[in-house]
Design a protein around this ligand. Structure first.
Ligand code: NAD
Length: 472
């Protein structure tokens, strides 16, 4: 599969199909053949996915380095291990997940068998982002395989080396008919989105999420939208600030801030804001040295467009607010880990998701003001609360809404397959990871299986009703 050309081809009794239609037609035919239904087949495909990851580890790490200069350990921890754990978990559990379940029966069902069948939707369109190109696509693919669906996978054109590699490896290891990669940018994706899929699993910005949902609405195709947003951190005055800095600096500058769940801004209690800024400065130096550009442990901005976008936020932020970092180098797509202090709600840096290595810090009077600010924004993908006081933690938990929460750390609620991962409101809809992906891609089909006997028990429901004496 090379870059898809938007040509029309004669197909099937002279019906003209473009490449996207042809791809979908073929994938749907594979689904309809029933090949994905036996659980043994799914387990075999999942094992092949594990082989793909194990046998091509160096090539995958290399591709991530070329696209984003991702440090090797970061790629292993945040991309490969995550997918392997997903696959191992699915292999262990898919037999159980796929079995019918038997709910308790209502009185009127006493003569029936009542159960819920687990039915795959069909062909899932996976549209993905570039920031964790392997982790996101392959984690979703694990659930797609486990649930017996087929997929057309559209990786991001902004991580071209990784996308090209996936388009080579997927047909080498997985069933070629059921799992197909479609490479392309916006024009090719626009054509693809005109087609009728059975489910669309989209990961990316909220803006494009709306385009995807509109396209899906034409066909009443269900969507799972994994979007972004401004994820806040609240730091209470009783916190161990050294610990806060260690954890926040790690999570913020991982992948150079290009993580959907990265802390976007800090709301820090007035009493400790200066000390926190000091600790953030010390920690940045501890992790990345006095010249972070020389550190091998920092990724790079994905492309010049994103570089310019982040740089323009920096230019719009007054110099006197710069507390840490601030250096940029466009030729190297490098932006230093940067912290801004004294930020106000109306500042340009607080307008949209930053998705880069700049961290604004706002001083607040306490948890009440933090709650007020969080609730004045769109619902974020993540919320991080640092506090020793459980009362403060509970206040933030119960008075705000977000996709997920980690208390006294960052990112952790999104890092495991035993928790549902997804957004709420503007940060997305639907959830996945582990069994949640299986469930999200499965139609739960209720069955009431009644015999052709015991007709007399049903006689009360038939007309003419006037002859019935229905005393309750
Ligand atoms: P994006 O929305 O620009 O692109 C995502 C996908 O949509 C790509 O495959 C791209 O080709 C396609 N696309 C882009 N514009 C399109 C258009 N006009 N019409 C049709 N298709 C189009 O997002 P991105 O820049 O790749 O990723 C960054 C965003 O994704 C951030 O907001 C981030 O928070 C979010 N994100 C969310 C998650 C999550 O799991 N919730 C994970 C990663 C990234």
């Amino acid at each position: 599969f090379g870059l898809v050309k938007l040509q029309s081809v004669a197909w099937n009794n002279n019906v003209e199909m473009n490449t996207a239609q042809q791809l979908l037609f073929n994938t749907r035919a594979a689904f309809k053949s029933g090949i994905t239904l036996p659980v043994e087949w799914r387990i075999e495909q999942l094992n092949r996915l594990l082989d793909l990851l194990n046998e091509n580890e160096n090539a995958l790490l290399d591709a991530l380095h070329k696209d984003l200069r991702k440090p090797k350990l970061e790629s292993i921890e945040t991309e490969l291990i995550v997918v392997k754990n997903e696959a191992i978990n699915a292999i262990k559990n898919v037999q159980t997940w796929s079995k019918p379940t038997y709910p308790s029966k209502a009185f009127v069902q006493m003569i029936d068998s009542v159960y819920i069948l687990k039915e795959p939707y069909g062909v899932v369109l996976v549209m993905s982002a570039w920031n964790y190109p392997i982790q996101i696509i392959f984690s979703q693919l694990v659930g797609i395989i486990a649930s017996g669906n087929c997929a057309i996978i559209k990786p991001s054109e902004l991580s071209p080396v990784t996308s090209e590699l996936m388009s080579k490896l997927i047909p080498q290891y997985l069933d070629k008919e059921c799992f197909r990669v479609y490479l392309g940018g916006i024009p090719e994706t626009t054509v693809l989105l005109k087609e009728r899929f059975d489910m669309i699993m989209y990961t990316g910005s909220s803006m494009v999420g709306k385009i995807v949902m509109k396209a899906a609405a034409e066909h009443l195709t269900p969507v799972i939208l994994e979007l972004g947003g401004k994820s806040p951190v609240y730091v209470h005055k009783d916190s161990d600030l050294k610990l806060v800095a260690k954890r926040v600096v790690w999570g913020k500058f991982l992948n150079l801030g290009q993580t959907c769940t990265a802390p976007d801004y800090i709301l820090c209690h007035n009493n400790v804001v200066d000390s926190l800024i000091d600790e953030l400065r010390k920690t940045v130096e501890e992790y990345f040295g006095s010249d972070p550009k020389e550190s091998p442990d920092l990724a790079r901005i994905v492309n010049a467009r994103n570089f310019k976008r982040i740089e323009s936020i920096m230019s719009a932020t007054p110099k006197e607010k710069l507390a840490v970092g601030g250096e940029t180098d466009e030729s190297a797509l490098y932006i230093a880990p940067t912290v801004y202090k004294d930020i106000q709600l109306g500042d340009p840096i607080m307008e949209g998701e930053i998705f880069g290595p700049i961290l604004p810090v706002l001083a607040v009077n306490g948890a009440d003001e933090a709650v007020e600010i969080i609730n004045s924004q769109e619902k974020p993908l993540a919320l991080y609360i640092f506090a020793k006081s459980d009362k403060v933690v509970q206040q933030l938990l119960s008075c705000t809404s977000s996709g997920g929460v980690t208390v006294n750390d960052v990112l952790m609620h999104a890092a495991s397959h035993n928790l549902p991962f997804g957004g709420v409101g503007n940060s997305g809809m639907g959830r996945y990871h582990g069994k949640y992906t299986f469930d999200a891609l499965t139609h739960e089909k209720p069955v009431v299986y009644r015999g052709q006997n015991f007709e007399s028990l049903l006689s009360a429901r038939y007309p003419p009703y006037s002859e019935k004496n229905l005393s309750m």
